[in-house]
Design a protein around this ligand. Structure first.
Ligand code: SF4
Length: 348
């Protein structure tokens, strides 16, 4: 470790000048208000920066402070979150906002240990809030940071392993400078803009290039090391977009637990049936006997660890006796029913 600390000790003096003149002008960087930092960090989990840029300001208009988020209804929050995916993030944000209001007087704690206990705030996010909002010398290590550091010292440790992240965190504790917030953001920016994950890193533009071992040995793309790359699993799904003769759609609310919990969906079955089995399937699964098939489309929707291969059927239902669904017009769905992206695209 001593060798690696020595190698990395120059990082702050190389990164900070670069950051002061090249940092990204992002909407959440207008100031270091902890609420704004927290919202941005949660949104950025699993979501592209450009998508967050497009959605962040609107979210803050809807929920300008921790109180408005703590007291909103879950459906309103999920509607605002629609399309961003990983909806547990939104639910945990509301829970955290309620804790901040009830236990911390509406002010985010400034220390890592209390931050990391809040719902939806893991070690990386706690480090990011503590360093960016409160300038605490706490590391914030995510995939971007792991990639930069792994290349910089040509680390042969598997970045998928927890101990690799912990190792880099320990090193960072030794080298984080007084301007801890800028240093954390500088590492994020260099990973997003220069030492990029896919394709060839832009070493010519990198302030670290004179000290980076991967660059010196022309082995930039060898790092970070990832053993055991996991493959996405495939899941079949049949979705039925039903509407009745007054153009109301049939909806179900998903269970609060698990994937996309608490969101609304079109009725669906977790297997593919043959087109010739449609009549029997609708009768057995939904009690629908009289209908007209108006169209069908197939597509896939990709999550991080699995894919849905979807057959979607557009079906007008003439059977007035079908119950047990929520009925809603298209404009009502638009305003009040949060739909996951995999379903929402069917409205078009
Ligand atoms: S020199 Fe190249 S490989 Fe090394 S940190 Fe910079 S961009 Fe990444």
């Amino acid at each position: 470790m001593i060798n690696d600390i020595e190698n990395l000790q120059f990082l702050p003096s190389l990164l900070l000048p670069w950051f002061y003149s090249n940092n990204r002008k992002l909407p959440w960087r207008i100031n270091s208000d902890p609420y704004r930092v927290w919202v941005s960090e949660i949104m950025l989990q699993q979501t592209r920066v450009q998508t967050v840029i497009d959605r962040y300001s609107h979210f803050l208009e809807s929920f300008p402070d921790v109180y408005s988020l703590a007291y909103c209804s879950e459906d309103r929050l999920l509607k605002e979150w629609e399309g961003l995916g990983y909806y547990n993030r939104a639910r945990n944000m509301r829970l955290t906002a309620q804790i901040i209001v009830s236990q911390y007087g509406g002010v985010f704690p400034d220390d890592y240990d209390n931050l990391v206990r809040l719902p939806g705030i893991g070690p990386y996010t706690a480090g990011a809030i503590a360093s960016i909002a409160y300038n605490k010398k706490v590391p914030a290590v995510d995939g971007n940071v792991l990639r930069v550091l792994s290349r910089y010292i040509a680390s042969n440790n598997d970045v998928k392993e927890l101990k690799t992240g912990n190792y880099f965190k320990e090193i960072l504790f030794h080298i984080i400078p007084n301007d801890a917030g800028s240093f954390a953001q500088a590492l994020m920016d260099i990973g997003e803009l220069v030492c990029i994950p896919n394709g060839v890193p832009q070493c010519d533009e990198c302030p670290l290039n004179n000290h980076c071992i991967a660059h010196a040995t022309h082995s930039e793309t060898t790092y970070p090391i990832r053993l055991n790359k996991s493959k996405r699993t495939i899941q079949e799904m049949s979705i039925c977009v039903f509407w009745n003769t007054t153009k109301q759609y049939f909806l179900n609310k998903r269970s609060e637990e698990g994937l996309l919990g608490g969101l609304w969906e079109f009725p669906n079955i977790s297997y593919h049936f043959g087109d010739g089995d449609l009549k029997e399937t609708l009768s057995n699964e939904y009690g629908i006997e009289t209908y007209s098939l108006r169209g069908k489309q197939s597509y896939k929707h990709i999550f991080s660890h699995f894919e849905w291969i979807i057959n979607a059927y557009y079906i007008e239902v003439f059977d007035n006796s079908v119950q047990s669904f929520e009925l809603a017009y298209e404009d009502e769905i638009d305003k009040h029913y949060p739909l996951p992206t995999a379903f929402k695209k069917l409205m078009k």
